[in-house]
Design a protein around this ligand. Structure first.
Ligand code: KG4
Ligand code: ZN
Length: 345
């Protein structure tokens, strides 16, 4: 009997998820669609450089893959021999980082003679809403907000996702990171800005771009923060340090308003009141609070991933792989990573 057929006869399906698309090395064990472990190693090396250095990211992934996998297996109390399949991020992401994860996954799949499932990182962020209860019923609307992408997606089923709006320039995470850099915060600036914003007040006004359709634009915000700071620093060289909390609160307020303006429009235009957020920026406390307020106002049912599933993680990749597993959608031997990979590919 073929190994795959033997596996399909087994009751519990045990998958290893692997995520390495940017600067986080993450592995997760999923048992029949439930997370048994999710271990993420964050590369801190990029912090002082204001962005991810791709070559270092790949090297750090190479160092981390084996220890992260061992910890994920240990936490889930299983061994390599218990695995029934490997799910891995194919793209989008940094090419070098993707190569490390995909080669490692291919090697495991080949040596253990178990199938490999390829997962789209952006689709996986959406699936992070379906990891834990309460899960949204289909169809729902998802605002995916990460360091590289900002998308409004109608999710009709696990494999029927329709992008109805996206950013034309910077992503929401980039807006946090780039304006944070102007304030002297390390990379990524989002979490730090969120922390400082909680003790500040949004007293400075920045333009809230309201695009006609359902797309986004954040580059204007970065420019207006830059010129605002230049002006104020001329009069007071300590302006940033003296007003850091209020500046963070004001920038965060503006980003959240821009995000939610289009989200409300998308909900109204499509008549969908089940609303989710996903991706690194969905960890933002201001966005989460605003979503609860909008839920009250518009009678929405809102869904947000648990913190560890907001930023890059392998549990969501394993979840994507599990959907492919159920359909027998296994990868061929000669596949390659895709730095650009739109939803649906
Ligand atoms: O989804 P993610 O981990 O990686 C990508 O796929 O890009 O998102 C990372 C982004 C970074 O831009 C980071 O600054 C932002 O998510 N982020 C936050 C928060 N936590 C992470 N932004 C605002 N508030 C947060 N609490
Ligand atoms: Zn991501």
């Amino acid at each position: 009997m073929r190994k795959v057929d033997q596996i399909l006869e087994k009751k519990a399906v045990i998958l290893l998820g692997i995520e390495s698309s940017c600067d986080d090395t993450s592995m997760a064990v999923l048992v029949d669609g439930k997370v048994a472990s999710n271990v993420t190693y964050n590369q801190t090396i990029h912090a002082k450089y204001g962005g991810v250095i791709p070559e270092w990211a790949s090297r750090k992934h190479m160092e981390a893959v084996v220890p992260v996998m061992e910890e994920a297996l240990l936490t889930a109390k299983c061994s390599l021999q218990d695995l029934d399949g490997i799910a891995v991020t194919r793209g989008p992401g940094l090419m070098g980082s993707l190569v490390v994860g995909l080669c490692f996954a291919k090697g495991l799949s080949y040596s253990l003679d178990i199938p490999l499932m390829l997962v789209n990182h952006l689709e996986a962020h959406v699936l992070s809403l379906l990891i834990e209860e309460p899960k949204p019923e289909f169809p729902f609307l998802c605002l995916t907000v990460s360091g590289g992408h900002t998308q409004l997606v109608i999710v009709r089923d696990y494999d029927r996702l329709e992008v109805i709006g996206h950013t034309l320039d910077d992503a929401a995470g980039e807006a946090f990171d780039k304006t944070g850099k102007l304030l002297g915060l390390g990379y990524p600036a989002g979490p730090e800005m969120d922390k400082l914003a909680r003790i500040g007040k949004p007293i400075f006004k920045f333009p809230i771009s309201k695009m006609k359709g359902l797309d986004y634009s954040f580059s204007g915000l970065k420019t207006s923060v830059l010129y605002f700071l230049k002006d104020r620093l001329k009069e007071d060289p300590h302006f940033i340090t003296d007003h850091l909390n209020d500046l963070c609160a004001s920038i965060q307020y503006t980003i959240v308003e821009i995000l939610c303006h289009q989200l409300v429009k998308a909900s109204e235009q499509n008549g969908i009141k089940r609303i989710g957020i996903a991706g690194g920026v969905s960890a933002n406390s201001g966005l989460r609070e605003k979503l609860h307020a909008l839920a009250q106002k518009h009678s929405w049912e809102v869904f947000m991933p648990k913190m560890e599933y907001c930023t890059d993680n392998a549990a969501m990749i394993a979840m994507g792989g599990f959907q492919k597993w159920k359909k027998g959608l296994f990868a061929e031997d000669d596949i390659e990573p895709l730095a650009r990979m739109p939803i649906g590919t």
